[in-house]
Design a binder for this molecule. Structure first.
Ligand code: NAD
Length: 247
């Protein structure tokens, strides 16, 4: 069932792996023989877990909040007990709470920063303890083109994603000497539940700025993440996967 067998014993933890981009990332790694650990707010559907298990790998599905550091630590203890190693961490859980800057409530700002940025920090800190002992590992943070360019109505989201890029570069500097790579993938506009909410008019306007004239698919991001996870001499960088989008 699997594409290759050489990675049979490897493990990947994907936050937000229950649906959308995270689910596509889980499929890509499962197809390559990785055991899959998913962390998400509402848990995965049994169909999603069954589809991943059908690749012949083990799947663990945890329900919880990435903003809770003790939860991140508990997950790592379980991973260590069950698999002994964590080879790849993908920080993908994220939310938007869009509104113009002047109308943005403090709670909308805090929620987006907490989940997107602090959640990423929590899992990097918890996972890197395990990876440092192994002297190996790959961490990939799912940022956004919005973190690089900014966007109207997304000051909170842009700040969280720009913060993730700074976090990526700093973590890469600190963890490189322990054999751990840390990189970011910055998606453009990808067809998921998150972009389904976008008005058709806004989607059409967006397409005018995408040289490849189409929205991306979750599998496009999964390919980029898998590439970064399986190479050994790229760290601290951001891989743009956006169809050439310019703003
Ligand atoms: P989605 O809304 O379909 O899925 C988000 C996932 O994150 C879900 O599994 C959800 O349970 C999980 N999650 C949210 N809050 C959580 C929390 N507090 N604790 C644990 N899990 C939590 O989103 P998506 O479109 O698949 O996006 C995935 C990532 O890609 C996000 O970080 C998003 O910012 C980024 N991104 C998406 C796009 C896009 O066009 N869809 C573009 C750029 C970046």
């Amino acid at each position: 069932m699997t594409e290759q067998t050489e990675n049979q014993t490897k493990t990947v933890l994907i936050t937000g792996g229950s649906r959308g981009i995270g689910a596509a990332i889980a499929h890509k790694f499962a197809a390559n023989g990785y055991h899959i650990i998913i962390v998400s707010r509402s848990g995965s559907t049994p169909e999603h877990v069954d589809a991943l298990t059908a690749y012949g790998v083990e799947v663990r599905d945890f329900k919880g909040d990435v903003t809770d550091f003790s939860f991140a630590k508990e997950i790592m203890d379980t991973v260590k007990a069950d698999f002994n190693t964590l080879d790849v961490l993908v920080n993908n859980a994220g939310i938007t709470r869009d509104t113009l800057l002047m109308r943005m409530k403090e709670s909308d700002f805090d929620a987006v920063i907490d989940i997107n940025l602090k959640g990423t920090f929590n899992f990097i800190q918890a996972a890197s303890k395990l990876m440092m002992k192994q002297r190996a590992g790959a961490i990939i943070n799912i940022a956004s083109v919005v973190g690089e360019m900014g966007n109207v109505g997304q000051a909170n989201y842009a700040a969280s994603k720009a913060g993730m890029l700074g976090l990526t570069k700093s973590a890469a500097r600190e963890l490189g000497m322990r054999g751990i790579t840390v990189n970011a993938v910055a998606p453009g506009y990808i067809e998921t539940d998150m972009t389904d909410e976008m008005p058709e008019k806004a989607k059409a306007a967006m397409l005018e700025n995408i040289p490849l004239s189409k929205l991306g698919q979750p599998s496009d991001i999964a390919e980029a993440v898998y590439f970064l996870a399986t190479q050994s001499y790229i760290t601290g960088t951001t891989l743009d996967v956006n169809g050439g989008l310019y703003m």
